[in-house]
Every structure is written in C-alpha cells, then in structure tokens.
Design a binder for this molecule. Sequence first.
Ligand SMILES: C[S@@+](CC[C@H](N)C(=O)[O-])C[C@H]1O[C@@H](n2cnc3c(N)ncnc32)[C@H](O)[C@@H]1O
Length: 419
Amino acid sequence: MSSNWEVSTTSHKGRYIRAKLPLTRGTLVLKSDPFAYTVTNKQKALRCSACLKASEGLRGCGRCKKLYFCNSQCQRRAWPRHKQECKAICASQKVALDAMSIVCHAVWRAAADKKTLFDSDFGVLQSNRRLQSTDDDVAQAPTAMLIRTYLESSGIEASQIPSIGDAMNALSVIKTNSFTILDDEMMECGVGIYPLASNFNHSCDPNVVITFNGFELQARLIRNVHTGDEMTISYIDNAKPREERRNQLRKQYYFNCDCSLCGDTQMDDTHLAFRCQQRVGGNQCDAMVPFDDGKQLVGDDALCSQGHVQSITGDRMNSTAQHLDDKITEAKSVSESDRAIQMCDEVMCTGRKILFKYNTQLTAISSATCDIAINHGRFDKAYDYGMDGTRGLYRILSDGFDPRLGIQEKGRGICERGG
Ligand SMILES: C[S@@+](CC[C@H](N)C(=O)[O-])C[C@H]1O[C@@H](n2cnc3c(N)ncnc32)[C@H](O)[C@@H]1O
C-alpha cells in the first residue's frame, strides 16, 4: 500500500503524504494498527478494552475490576498491554483519563520494545508545545505529574518514566496527533496513536477519509488523485461553518487553514443560510437567503437567490434557530414517547421552514431527532427526520463520498425495515 505514496516535506506544512502514481477513489491507501490505544473513559464500562467492541456480556478484569473484556481470549490478548495498567489502576483505584491513559500506553509500548518514549516511533511525531500559550502549558503540568505517579506504580523501570517536561511534551504530541477511534456507527470509542497516519496533513475538503475496523485504522481515497498530489484528511468536523472550523484548527493544531473550502465563501454561505420565506405556486421557495457578512442578519429587504424579498428579519430567524437546539436538548430528556416525538416534529417543522437545505444546523437537528425517534422505536418518524440529513450537507461535502452519508443511509435502511 505504501508503494502508492511517499512521505515528503515542505517548509510551510512539514511532512505530508503524496501520491507516487495516479490512484482512483475507493483505493485503500493505508491500514495500520495503533502504536498505542485506549478505550475512552466514557465507554470503558460498555466496551471491551482490547477489541473496543460494545457488548452486553462483558467480564471485568479479575484484578483491577475497572476495565472490561469480551471473553478470556480478548483478556489474554490484552494482557501484555494491560498488565502495567492493571497494577497502576490497583494502586490508585482509578482509570486514567483519556489523554493521560494514551500517554501511559505509549510509554508502556515503548518499554515493551525496550525503548524510552522519545526513542520510539512516538518520538518522530510533531509536538506544538512551543506554540502553546503559557496558560495551556501550566494547565498540563498536574496531568504530567499524575502520569509519572501512575507510571511509577505500574512497575516499569525508572529510566523509562518520562520527566515532567517530557510528559508535558508527550501531552502536546497527543493533542496534535491522536486519532479518535470510531465504531461502525461512527460513535467515539477509543483514542489511538498511528505514527504513519499522522503524516496526513489537514484539508477541510480532503481526498482521504479515515475509518476504523476495531482499533485498525484504514485510510481510503474519496477522490481520484494524480501523481504528486497531496493526500489529506479532515482533522475536524468539516460540516461546521468556516470560522468555527478555523478556530478549532488554530486552537488544537496551531495553523491557519488555507484549503479550498476555507477560500470558498460561497460554500460558507450555504452552511449558514436560511430558507426563503416566500411561497411560489403554493409551495415554500427552496432558495437560500445568504449569510450576511458574518452577522447572520437579513434585513426586511434581503433577497433570496431567486430574487424574492424576505418578510422575516434575520434576527427573528436567528433566535428561532437557536431555540431549536434547546428544544432538542429538552426532547432528549423526555421519557414519554408521544411527547418526545411531538417535540421532534415541532423542531423539524420549524427547521425545514427556516433553514436552507444545506445548512449545518438542519443536518444536525435531522440527525438528533432521528436518533431520538430510534430510541423510542418510532422508525417511521426516524426515517422522515433522517431524510434531511441524507439529502443535505453530507451530499455536497466530499463529492458525496462522506462516511457519515453511509451511516445515515444505513440508518434509513434500518428504519425502512422497522428496526
Ligand atoms: C498530525 S501533524 C501532520 C504532519 C505534520 N505536517 C508533520 O510534519 O509531522 C499536524 C500538524 O501538521 C501541520 N499541518 C497539518 N495540516 C496543515 C495545513 N493544512 N496547513 C498548515 N499546517 C498543517 C500543523 O502544524 C499541525 O499541527
């Protein structure tokens, strides 16, 4: 697979991956097991710590009793990477939080290879610590100290335990390079370090997507590439509006994105646009009322892309749209099915009326109401709500080759079958 591509460097972006020959979309360009990985803290009681699969019949580790496994086979397979963790958990009676856990797993993995952390494959990964604010650096110090205590109680040699400074560097490496491991439904289940895949740079309009089979990372092309083309992935949710994406990239990865999507303000208009409020031939016009200069205000005389004058102000549209998120939060906590569905109906009715079909928020409320309806066993409603997601934004991102679209289509299939 790596004969298809090579790692190269530029002064602007550092290392990057480029195609050595023309490749077609769908090509699996990289398959990789993690250097280190961990189940997320939120999921640790629901999933096997070895294979990351969710299961109802999990068995707790007989010693630490805090992590779970599918069966004795998974437990045996996990033992080489769980044994030090098990000692540390027994000593502290706590499972480490995600960032700390992945650093510790990386140290144990390096130790198993008879190396220190920064002499191992982990050591080649980019750290952005020097770009971190002093506040961020100071905030990391207590975790770095806890990492040392945890590692000391895990029984590895003192020479393999990183200093406080190195533990802080390791936390910065994690911030820039860790991958969130997703299951088949794209639910977060783990965090992993995959040094080869860390050579992918970011684009909000990528040509590669990452998916997981258990903890194995798979990178596939979603567009054709020519010889020499850079292969990129999206580090963030690229369905978010431009400013939100760019802020997250600056905060977590310390760069200003100059990808084609960030340069395309028209696309951003569609992410944030409202729907025309005029009726044409008995139906509501489908055209977009564009995002206005970052203020999301459309005046009384703003026009839709078909030239219709708008009668509702942008302020009113905006406050109605904000109210939809509160309604969803409320609907999630309602246990009575008819009431929850009634609330979802109201949210979708208003959302469809005021939000343009490619608006990020319409995609989000469509997914959320679909999930709520599935939880209440109302597959007819879930199908109806989910339609807006599948017709919407994910269709135009990544030329329609977006894994989220696949998940939505699968959900629609399940709803059609009635569960
Ligand atoms: C996971 S690393 C990617 C590989 C990295 N270029 C290297 O040399 O190791 C993430 C870092 O790469 C750089 N990077 C990734 N995508 C970029 C982009 N589109 N523009 C500028 N820098 C980027 C940033 O410094 C970011 O923090």
